[in-house]
Design a protein around this ligand. Structure first.
Ligand code: PLP
Length: 429
């Protein structure tokens, strides 16, 4: 076999930049809801690569598309047409209910693309004077790691030492329609509002039921683009194909009950390729997307044949295996069971989420080791999850998980919490 866990960790430490702080587990294999470490120990994956692996690890249909297309034609650049891109654009446009699609690679690139589209739309269509456009964002947002995106982050760890920053952004509190209304009324040069339907990285903050539709209607009134970053919430994660459902044509029965919140600009990434290949996308209707002209934007790998084939396969899996429905049903079950078992635990401040994007807020200081220690204890018991912002643990398994499997996982979580609680005292302060 390959190298040992300690060798793998030592190599990363010595030769890799230290831009992450991983749990001490070295993974060597994945299949469905499971991953295995170098010693062959099996774990449930409750991170799913930050919700990129909604379809499960190494889904055979997605892998087949990846392998077949890689053997046939992998990269042409967009200097020429290829026989896969158009089909994929059509599939995505029809699936999500937009006129046009622009494919990129990483999530951050798709966000950057959406910002450029919005700015150009502001100058060319809304008539804002040059370089005056403002985009409204939310406090505690996470939209990626590029220089412009961190320019409007409120996470000091993500910003420190990386200035000077890009201007043209204004922050308002999340889940606050009044703040949005104020800024839209007082600043006529606002051209877009960029928002996550649920703030995932911030710790799975679910806004009020009416928040997104209220934002959408305020944006409409003020002729401002409503830009939804569904990189983490999209592709069935929250129990609907999109958290801003209404734009998609998923025909899931529980979706039709939700009010329509179609974004003007939709940003997708992560699970749009099921973890097999980096693919991201920006979707918009013609009146917006037409501001993009030859030479104004591009990417060598964006929309390549492999990405195209993989994205269609990944979206078909979501549809054929009814993953939105499964996420909805098992998400309700997961929160209900955890609330019953841990709702009164002194370790637990709150259990929250939507579909299979959930979190437990630990009743301890963000600087405490409690959430980390609980993750290590769950890891020892065969379940991988990771703290975010110190005292929040996110639970986001692949959406192919079964009722039986999620029940075993609930047992692991409950065991880890109850045994830790016995001799635990919160950090003062
Ligand atoms: C992960 C994520 C991004 C960034 O995606 P990358 O592929 O890591 O660049 C942007 N927005 C949200 C909401 C995300 O969860």
């Amino acid at each position: 076999m390959g190298i040992s866990a300690s060798e793998a960790i030592a190599l990363e430490n010595q030769y890799g930049a230290h831009n992450y702080h991983p749990l001490p587990v070295v993974l060597a294999k994945g299949e469905g809801v499971h991953v295995w470490d170098t010693e062959g120990k099996r774990y449930f994956d409750f991170l799913s690569a930050y919700s990129a692996v909604n379809q499960g690890h190494c889904h055979p249909k997605i892998v087949e598309a990846l392998v077949e297309q890689s053997k046939t034609l992998s990269l042409t650049s967009r200097a020429f047409y290829n026989n896969k891109l158009g089909e994929t654009e059509q599939y995505m446009a029809q699936t999500f209910g937009f006129d046009k699609v622009l494919l990129m690679n990483s999530g951050a690139e798709a966000v950057e693309t959406a910002l450029k589209i919005a700015r150009r739309w502001g100058y060319e269509k809304k008539g804002i004077s040059q370089d005056d456009a403002i985009i409204v964002v939310c406090e505690q947002n996470f939209h990626g790691r590029t220089t412009t995106i961190i320019s409007f982050s409120s996470d000091q760890g993500a910003r420190k030492g990386f200035g000077p920053f890009t201007s043209g952004f204004v922050q308002i509190p999340y889940n606050d329609t009044h703040a949005l209304e104020e800024v839209l009324k007082s600043r006529p040069n606002v051209i877009g509002f960029l928002v996550e339907p649920i703030q995932g990285e911030a710790g799975v903050h679910v806004p009020d039921e009416a928040y997104l539709s209220a934002c959408k209607s305020l944006c409409k009134t003020h002729n401002v683009l409503f830009i939804a970053d569904e990189i983490q919430t999209g592709i069935a994660r929250t129990g609907k194909l999109l958290a801003t459902c209404g734009s998609c044509n998923c025909s899931d029965s529980h979706c039709s009950a939700t009010p329509e919140v179609k974004p003007d600009v939709l940003i997708l990434g992560k699970a749009i390729s099921g973890g097999a290949y980096p693919v991201s996308a920006v979707l918009a209707d013609d009146a917006i997307m037409e501001v993009i002209t030859p030479g104004s934007h591009g990417s060598t790998y964006g929309g390549n044949p492999v990405a195209s084939a993989v994205a269609i396969a990944a979206l078909e899996v979501v549809k054929n295996e009814k993953l939105a429905e499964n996420a909805f049903r098992l998400g309700e079950h997961f929160r209900k069971s955890l609330n019953e078992a841990l709702g009164t635990s002194k370790l637990v401040k709150q259990i929250r989420g939507k579909g299979l994007l959930n979190a437990i807020v630990i009743a301890d200081h963000p600087e405490s080791e409690t959430a980390w220690n609980l993750c290590v204890s769950m890891m020892d018991r065969g379940l991988l999850a990771k703290p975010t912002h110190g005292n929040i643990i996110r639970f986001a398994p692949p959406l192919v998980i079964t009722k039986e499997e999620i029940d075993s996982c609930i047992q692991i979580i409950v065991d880890a919490f109850t045994s830790y609680e016995t001799d635990w005292a919160p950090l003062e302060g």
